[in-house]
Design a binder for this molecule. Structure first.
Ligand code: NAD
Length: 468
């Protein structure tokens, strides 16, 4: 069995205690992950603090070179690292490898992204400029659905801005992040990047430590709230990328055959384990039947299998608690009168396989509609009145993404602006660009990732004002 290590202060550390990592395609352990002790975490935080006191925050050229080298190394390891992502996360191999390639591209973008300096006044009397300063030690805490993409989305801007980082991946998918640490060890000055494996408790230790000045967190709403409370103690900066319950509103003028496939993959890519997947589908009653029929047909055709099995299009749910939650929500919807028109029971094999499941005849008040399912189950709700559908779409604590589907793009864009969410699409969903600010309204988060907005989350503004 391969050994995985923490990266602490430029050293690979085997760790004193471990937990097993489960292969979601079998339900059986396949590797051990080091579980950071308090002392190991303490060393990582001390190393990050020490590196922040060195040249790193002051040497922009070094930071850009380092990010470029990280990007290249990651791209070179995309096949191998993608294989590990596929095994620990469950997603199809090519999808996992593309995730790693995307992360490499993102680091390249960060290596080249300008750090803005704004001149507010320069008139011979006063010169007033706004510059960005790094915050210090940043904690990067990530979930299990896109382990490498999410981590890269934090490392790129954090390091470019001049911070140092202690990263902690989800205990369900820690190994690829530890491998990434091992890969970057020779490229990043010691202490600038530290990666520790660990349970939820290790995350809580990080967010309670006064040496951490910034927490960049992606995960669930309940954990986000805990993190915000922990951060309040010494006013750490936070970016919270939390859950979603994205609505897609389908207008009567669509061609059902043309949109069904995009709707299907908008809901079920990565087995629905995407914060911005379609999680509630509102369809006008005149096109309801053909859309349900087309989605049912697609659900029946898709190949579900282990990520590493050839031909697999959808993998298992990543972990047992989530697998059980998806079943519970579908069973509850059934009890509330919902009709399961596709899927609806786990596949008869080991592992956490739950096929794409479509539930009709449900609405607000049913948990599958009101809560984030984060898995292979989609409620489809018929509507008559568009204002009512938009009202239902917005009547939620969540506000991550949403979409409108129509033959009239101009009207679609107007309606999209009525959705209360960080990204609103027309005739598509999920598609997020590396340069667009990504994040949530309401309980879906605080702050934004990507582009200059993401960089600002890892910086403090300083005004420099000189009398000339
Ligand atoms: P989670 O909140 O259970 O865990 C996320 C991370 O936080 C893990 O590393 C975990 O160990 C750590 N953690 C847990 N308790 C902690 C605590 N008290 N203090 C500090 N860290 C702690 O979330 P999850 O189940 O891993 O991820 C699924 C959720 O993530 C879904 O709700 C999904 O929508 C959301 N998500 C959001 C985005 C986004 O960008 N908005 C992206 C992906 C996933």
């Amino acid at each position: 069995m391969k050994t995985f290590h923490h990266l602490i202060g430029g050293e690979l550390v085997a760790g004193r205690r471990h937990f097993a990592v489960i292969d979601p395609a079998t339900g059986a352990p396949f590797a051990d992950c080091p579980d950071a002790t308090r002392e190991e975490l303490d060393r990582a935080l001390a190393a990050a603090e020490g590196a922040f006191a060195g040249a790193w925050p002051h040497d922009e050229a070094l930071r850009r070179r380092t990010l470029g080298a990280m990007s290249e190394a990651l791209a070179g390891q995309a096949d191998a690292l993608g294989r590990l992502v596929s095994q620990e996360q469950g997603k199809p191999l090519t999808h996992a490898q593309n995730e790693v390639r995307g992360a490499a591209r993102l680091l390249r973008i960060c290596a080249e992204e300008p750090i803005p300096v704004e001149v507010l006044r320069d008139d011979g009397k006063l010169r007033v400029t706004v510059v960005r300063k790094p915050l210090g030690v940043a904690a990067a805490i990530t979930p299990w659905n896109y382990p490498i993409a999410t981590l890269a989305g934090k490392l790129g801007p954090a390091l470019l801005a001049g911070n140092t980082v202690v990263a902690k991946p989800s205990p369900f998918t820690p190994l690829s992040s530890l491998e990434l640490g091992t890969l970057f060890r020779a490229l990043v000055p010691a202490g600038v990047l530290n990666v520790v494996g660990g349970s939820d408790e290790v995350g809580a230790w990080m967010t309670g430590d006064p040496r951490v000045r910034k927490i960049s967190f992606t995960g669930s709403v309940p954990t986000g709230k805990k993190i915000m409370r922990a951060a309040a103690e010494d006013l750490k900066r936070v970016t919270l990328e939390l859950g979603g319950n994205d609505p897609a509103v389908v207008l009567p003028d669509v061609d059902p055959a043309a949109v069904a496939e995009r709707l299907f993959w908008g809901a079920f890519t990565n087995s629905g384990q995407i914060c911005v997947a379609i999680k509630r589908l509102y369809v006008h009653e005149t096109v309801y039947q053909p859309i349900v029929a087309a989605l049912t047909e697609l659900a029946g055709r898709v190949t579900m299998g282990a990520g590493l099995e050839a031909g697999s299009e959808l993998g298992p749910i990543n972990n047992r608690p989530q697998f059980e939650r998806v079943q519970e929500l579908v069973d509850d919807a059934r009890r509330q009168g919902g009709k399961v028109v596709a899927g609806g029971a786990p596949l008869p094999r080991a592992g956490y396989f739950y096929p794409p499941t479509l539930v009709t005849d449900v609405g607000a008040g049913v948990r599958l509609v009101d809560e984030e399912q984060f898995g292979t189950a989609l409620p489809i709700i018929a509507y008559r009145d568009l204002d009512d559908a938009l009202g239902q779409a917005n009547r939620t604590h969540y506000g991550l993404g949403g979409s409108v589907w129509t033959a009239d793009v101009a009207r679609g864009l107007e309606l999209a602006q009525r959705l209360e969410c960080g990204t609103a699409w027309v005739n598509q969903h999920i598609n997020t660009g590396a340069l667009a600010p990504f994040g949530g309204m309401k309980w879906s988060g605080i702050g934004r990732e990507n582009g200059r907005w993401g960089l600002d989350e890892f910086s403090d503004l300083q005004v420099l004002s000189a009398r000339l």
